[in-house]
Structures are given as structure tokens and as C-alpha cells.
Design a binder for this molecule. Sequence first.
Ligand SMILES: Nc1ncnc2c1ncn2[C@@H]1O[C@H](COP(=O)(O)OP(=O)(O)OP(=O)(O)O)[C@@H](O)[C@H]1O
Length: 675
Amino acid sequence: MSNVKEELARLERTLNQVDDLADTLEQTPRYRGEDFTQQVLEDRRELQREALKSATVEPYFGRLDFKEWEQNNGKALYIGKVGVHDEVTGDPLIVDWRAPVSSLFYSFSGSEDDVYYVSPEGVVEGEIQLKRNIVIRSRTLQRVVDSYVEGQEASGGDEFLLYKLGEQKDNKLKDIVSTIQAEQNAIIRHALKEPLIIQGAAGSGKTTVALHRLAFLLYEYREQLKAERMIIFAPNAMFLDYISHVLPELGVGGITQRTFVDWAIAEVGQGITAQPLVERMENQFERLIPAQVEKEQKQKGSLAFKAKLEQYMTESIAKSIPTNDFLAWDGKVLGNQTIQTWIEKDFAASPPLKKRERLLARMKRWIEIEVKWFDDLKEQKSMKSEALKRLRAYMSTWAMPNYIKHYTAFLKQEGMSVSAGLGKKQLAYEDIAPVLFIHQRMRGIEKEDRFDHIVIDEAQDSSPFMIAVLKERTRQGGFTILGDLAQGIHGNEGISTWLAIQEAFSTKEIAYVQMERSYRSTMEIIQFSNTILAQLENGPSLAKPVFRSGKEVVVERQEKEQLKNWIARNNEAETAAILTRTKAESAEVYEQLSKAGVKLTHLQASDQTYRGGLSVMPIYLAKGFEFDSVLLLYVDEQNYPNDELHKKLLYVGCTRALHDLTLWYTKKPSPLLVN
Ligand SMILES: Nc1ncnc2c1ncn2[C@@H]1O[C@H](COP(=O)(O)OP(=O)(O)OP(=O)(O)O)[C@@H](O)[C@H]1O
């Protein structure tokens, strides 16, 4: 029987079985009663109904024939997004891609004789006889590609990956379960307890892999982790929208996806706001930042700054605690020594705000006991009211904390500038982590404030201070930090070496991995982008392309009047972008093309969604995204001089293209275009 015939027969059988299971579950009446055990069983059935919904459409994407040494018989395992078991035999009909045995599907390179995987019962050894990619769309078999057949020489693995990479992309990032590569698989399945830093080349799949890792962790450690206790931080709302489909595609819901700014501002409360993203972006990329401001931004993100703030907070809290005796009424004194003992011994484990709360409660109780010595009820009432009035005055030095006041006083003490925004309770980006830190010091961190896992995307733009503050909010090891130093365009806010972040951890505690293979772009685009990457001082290693060849990168002198021709040439593209250096240039291009009847979107920092099609935007907004075709406009010397920021901006721009990259200059090309 041919491979296709064999798989057609198997697909029909599987679909029949899955349909039957789905029907049976659908017909099982929903339990709506109060019995807890029944509720749990109903929840499980509901999850299964959901899982079966996807399995009835695209049940699996891969097949692995694995012969276990102990059993001495080969088994064909069909791997899909969700696992399904035969109700009668209990055998797996479809194996979940996250199951231990599925790891072999991803890690097997075709050259190993013996392979093994680690199951909950121990190490299982054997050999692989067949590895097959199967494309099923809407219950129809579309493609069967063997990447390994025992005894034959075949290299279909790459063929299938190339077929996937050659597809056009729409406006949302997609899952990659059918083509996860070995080095990505290792990251996805990396030990839960070890925080992880991933330095990955542009297009190496960092964002995608981090999302798959969360789906894996929730499956593997389902008894320990909860989706509601996981969070992904990404740089802006539009990017969050762009990545928002991956987890639902993987059957995972409930994980919070936020920007750090939005999350932190909601945490600290007190009517504090953040400087709008548009303003922050424009300050960074459209104007020249004064050297002093840049220096302070960098300083504020450092661990040294955090240590100083910590010391300041300790001293300031100590100073606010009253040092005199409390006189409840004439002749009734509560000695300060007793008060200090309560604070230092009885409330030792509580954070400052709680200490204050507990002291107030205890002093009120003390007053209530002491007034009982008065016989007359009326007198009791009036003495109590007097004592409470005095208590308010007594506690006036230890007022409820005002984070902005504390932070402003600290900045002044350090001789640093206090931005005008602070007076209006508006924080610049670099002030957010310090204020969050003050909040955490004051309020303390309860068990329920800690996340099971935090993912930080584009972490090269995060400061060590921010990472250190977030570290306090995770359970041990629950951290995946990913980024690319070569794309660190917010250099003054972020880091220039991962060591800066590693310092926030004890070195033994954290793992560091590099992803050098880049999957997004054609070989030509990666090689071209590498010529810019190579110019970075202390830049990361060059990206390694997969062997996917496409069009040559075009660099030419061209006027913007030719734009309509470029658009016409790229009208097949599902997504295309014109990237300019500034917002004003984007606005101009947008106006010119709109007037000429071209349908396109002008993307701005304040946008919440990215809809695909043709867009024009300043280059710094394109970070994290990808487009079938990209045109970089005005790549002139004046726009992209030879400095680190412009190398990074240009690198970001070039690496956004999947299939087609063009660069135009009008007068003198940027010196960074060395080709
Ligand atoms: N194993 C894979 N199979 C198929 N496609 C992949 C694979 N790995 C990555 N890709 C694709 O490569 C592209 C880049 O992925 P992603 O955006 O996650 O990379 P990144 O490292 O975060 O990129 P950047 O830092 O440049 O923003 C996406 O289209 C993704 O689907």
C-alpha cells in the first residue's frame, strides 16, 4: 500500500473513532449540581469536549514508528495537538505533542541508532523506524512527507520545514507544533526549576518557542502549575495582539498577556500613571536624548541603584516609626519600649505596611482594655475617643506610604533629576521598576502575589532592576527571559550584555542558551542582515540560515514616486511593510499613497491591533513583527549614520522580511550598507 493510501485509511479510522467519542461526550448531560466530585468530573469532560473539537478537524500532524527494546515490537504513534485515548482499550489514539515520547519526534535527527526518552516510569530505550509529517486540513489529507525511513537514505525533514517556512504569513503569529526543531524542543522542555535566558537571533523563534514552553509546562506539571498564575510580558499592545493566537491554537487559555508598564501601574495603584508609549517612543527615536538623561536612565535600571533605593527605604521606614511613649490620657502611658518590642519581635515577619496595620490594631485593643478601668460607661466612651484622637496624632510620622513622595525624596538625596511628570504622578519608563520596588517593599509579597511562571519577551529592553523586581514575584525558577542583544534599540533602558541580568540571579541558578538558526527569512535576507549585525561592537553571533533560497536583496537609489511600482510588484504578499526612519516620513508616505488610492494602514505606537495587508510605520515599531515583503525607505547616510543605535534599527528592519527585502536611498546610501 502506498504511504498516502495507508494514511488515508488510518485517517478515516481515527476520524470515525474521534467523532464517536465527541458524540458520546456531547450527548452526556452537563452536570450543573453542587456535588464537588461531579463538578470536577464535568470540568474534565468539558476540557475533553474542547480537545476533541480540534481533533475532529486536524487530529494529528506527525507519525513516529518507535520500537521499544523491552516490548520488541514497533508501534505507530500519531502525534497531535491534543492526546486522545481509545475508550475501550485505553491505548493512545493520538499522542499529545507534549507527551514524553513525542520528544523523540522533535529531537531525532535521523542519524542515531538507539534513542530514548524519559517517561514518568523511567528511561525507555528503542529505535525509530519511521518519522513522517502529515498535513491534514479540515479532515482532508493533504500531504505525506517521510523525513526518515529505517534503512533508507532520506532527508525529508528539511523538505517539510522548508515547505512550512515558504508559506505566506497573515497578521498573527502561528504555532509550530509540526516542525519544532531539536534545539527549540530542548528549550520548550527545559527543566521547570531552572530560570532560563535565551539569546536568539532575529527570527530564531524565541517568541514562538516561549509560548510553546508555557503550553508544555502546563501539561507536564499540571498538578503544580496554573495558567492563571502565569504571565507573559511583551513590549506593546499591538505585539500582544499579534501573538495572541498561539496559546489558544495550542489549546491553552487563561495565561495573562500584558505589557510590563500596564501590569506594574495597576499593581502600584495610588493614582499613578505611566508616560504614554507614543511619547516614550518619540523621545527615544525622533529626538536626541540629552546625554545626562540617557546616563540617568541607564543608572536607574541598574542593580546598584536598586541597592541604594533599598537602603534608603530601610532607613526611611526606620525613621518613620514613633520613638516616644504613647500617652493615651493623663496618667496612662504605653511605653515606647513595649511598642518597639511588638514591632521588632511580634510583627518581625510582617512587611512595613502590615506592621503599621498590626501596631494600630494592637494599640486600639490596648486602649479598649485600659478604658475598662473606668467604672462609668460614659467616661469610658469619652476617654476612648480622646485616646483614639491621640493615637492618630501619635502615628502621624508613620503615615500610609506615598510612593511618589518616597521616590522623589530618594532621587533628590542622590542628586538626580526629578522629572516634571513625577509631580503629576506620571512615571517615565525607567521609573516604573523603582516605584514597583517601593510598593513591594512596603506591602510585602504574599504567596498569592507570586506567579508560577513569568515570560519576558524582548528582554534586551528590560533593565536588570526590572528583572530583579519581577524575580521577587515568581516561585523559584519560574522565569523564561528571551531577547536579542542585536535588537536592543532601547539601549538606555535595557541591557548590552546578558551578564547584567544574570547578576540579578545567583549564577548557578540560571541557565543561558543561544539560538543561532534563523527560520523567518530566506538565506539571502539573513546573509544581508548579517553584514549589518557584524558591524555591531560586541554583537552576538551571526544568524545561521536554514537552506531556503529566495530573491536577491535589492539595494538601490530610488525616489518615493516609484512606490506604486514596488507595491504592484508585491501585490501577492499577504503582509507587506514600508519602514521609514521617522514617524513624519511614514505620515508623508501614507498620505501620498492614500491619495493615489492605495489601501494601506499607517501603524502608530498607540495602535492596539495589527491587521495585516500593506502597512507603513517607523522602523522602531516593526520590532517583533514579520512581513512577507519589506521595503526600507530613505536608507540614507543622514537617516542611518554609522552608530550602534542605527545598526540595530537597520538590523531590526531587515530581519522583518520573510521572502522579499528591498532598501531604497535617495541621495547617499547609509555607510552601514557595506555590500
Ligand atoms: N521550527 C519552526 N518551524 C516553522 N516555523 C518556525 C519555526 N521556528 C520559527 N519559525 C517561524 O519563524 C518566524 C520567527 O519566529 P519568532 O517571531 O518567534 O522569532 P523571534 O526569534 O521571536 O524573532 P525576532 O526576535 O526577530 O522578533 C515565525 O514566523 C515562526 O513561525
